[in-house]
Design a protein around this ligand. Structure first.
Ligand SMILES: Cc1ncc(COP(=O)(O)O)c(C=O)c1O
Length: 382
């Protein structure tokens, strides 16, 4: 019988919460949830809930200012870059980026590094707009991934420096592949999808022309995205495209081109303040290293009972996919894990297996509990 390893929130509206390893929507810190719960009823002393306050009110604009200042300070964003908050998650940027960074400049050529599901998806959508080429591709011609997954060394990449931008995904959340550091190139302009690892470590923002992320991993709740963009790319008009698709329109309106998802912005502020209270990105990075090392150690020392196919040179610190030796064992593992309060460990529907997503909000105790469970399961089911 597996031990009960449910954790108790600081103040619990329901009696029990498990350890949530979901990839996003993902676990939120207890203190953020309780603050949001109270603010939904009454925000500060406004007499209204946070989701009921006008986005044009003085009170909400103060919140926006705190959010902007907090984001800029946490990520050390230089004055050359603007921070936009755009509704709709990460996927709209698969198209917005080619429109704003290539077509707006009268070019139809950009380059994509394909290291997993999300970069492949971004490339597919870009191809409906521009003539993109591929710098590297971890998929074979038949569309399957090779057995050992790794990112080829930079000299093997095929990059034409006259291309509008080089696009890559810093952390592939389905494949569990993460760049240990941004590709060391100076040209062309670098663009990165950091949906699944922004805020997990410091980022040299000035090396990028654009970084974007859906916020549902480390910055709150699903449905919003953050875009950090060099100001040169802020066009308010792009011939043939409506203003709502121009990053410049969002910058000019302080991200209020239409009514913003105010609750998501509030959650983002709570997450920024929580990250500051944790000691900022250096401290979170050290904690994330410890958590992922422990989990990979548990997998690697299981004698093949658990396996992770990614090269240790580019294993994700945020999303750890692993397989067991058979489908029936995988199903048994997931069932027993769930009964023990270890939730949402299923791998993505396109690849199967298991995956533990361990974003900033997952405490070390949660990962230790998972590793203890994995060791125990191996002994009784192996
Ligand atoms: C790296 C990455 N890019 C893009 C997406 C798509 O995000 P969204 O569903 O917000 O459009 C995800 C979703 O998990 C992701 O992990």
């Amino acid at each position: 019988m597996a031990p009960s390893i449910l954790h108790q929130p600081v103040s619990a509206p329901c009696s029990e919460r498990g350890w949530n390893f979901g990839p996003g929507p993902a676990l939120l810190p207890d203190s953020v949830l309780t603050q949001a719960r109270d603010a939904l009823w009454c925000f500060e002393d406004s007499g209204m809930g946070i989701a009921e306050i006008s986005h044009r009110s003085k009170r909400f604009l103060e919140l926006v200012e705190r959010l902007q200042i907090g984001l800029r300070s946490l990520l050390a964003i230089p004055s050359t870059h603007d921070v936009l908050l755009i509704p709709g998650g990460a996927t709209p940027h698969f198209s917005l980026i080619p429109i704003n960074l290539a077509l707006a400049r009268g070019t139809r050529h950009a380059t994509y590094a394909i290291t997993g599901h999300w970069s492949r998806q971004a490339h597919r959508e870009a191809r409906t707009l521009i003539d993109s080429t591929v710098a590297i591709d971890i998929y074979t011609e038949s569309g399957t991934r090779s057995n050992v997954r790794m990112i080829p060394e930079l000299p093997l990449w095929s990059i034409d420096s006259s291309t509008a931008f080089l696009y890559y995904t810093d952390n592939e959340s389905i494949d569990g592949i993460e760049f240990p550091a941004p590709p060391a190139i100076t040209m062309p302009p670098l663009v990165s999808d950091m949906t699944a690892n922004l805020f997990s470590r410091p980022v040299p923002i000035d090396r990028f022309d654009l970084i974007y992320a859906g916020v549902q991993k480390n910055l709150g709740i699903t449905g919003l995205s953050i875009v950090i963009i060099r100001k040169d790319h802020l066009h308010k008009e792009i011939p043939g495209w409506p203003p709502i698709l121009c990053y410049g329109s969002w910058a000019e309106s302080q991200s209020m081109y239409n009514t913003p998802p105010t609750l998501n912005w509030y959650f983002a502020l709570l997450m920024v303040e929580w990250m500051e209270a944790q000691g900022g990105l250096e401290a979170l990075a050290a904690r994330n290293d410890r958590k992922s090392s422990l989990l990979y150690q548990t997998i690697d020392q299981s004698g093949g009972f658990y396996q992770n196919a990614v090269s240790p040179t580019c294993r994700s610190r945020m999303n750890v996919p692993f397989t067991l030796t058979s489908q029936s064992l995988t199903e048994q593992f997931l069932k027993e894990a769930s009964h023990s309060g270890l939730l949402q460990l299923e791998g993505h529907r396109t690849v199967g297996g298991c995956r533990a997503s361990i974003y900033n909000a997952m405490p070390e105790a949660g990962v230790q509990n998972l590793c203890e469970f994995m060791n125990e399961f191996r002994h009784h089911a192996g």
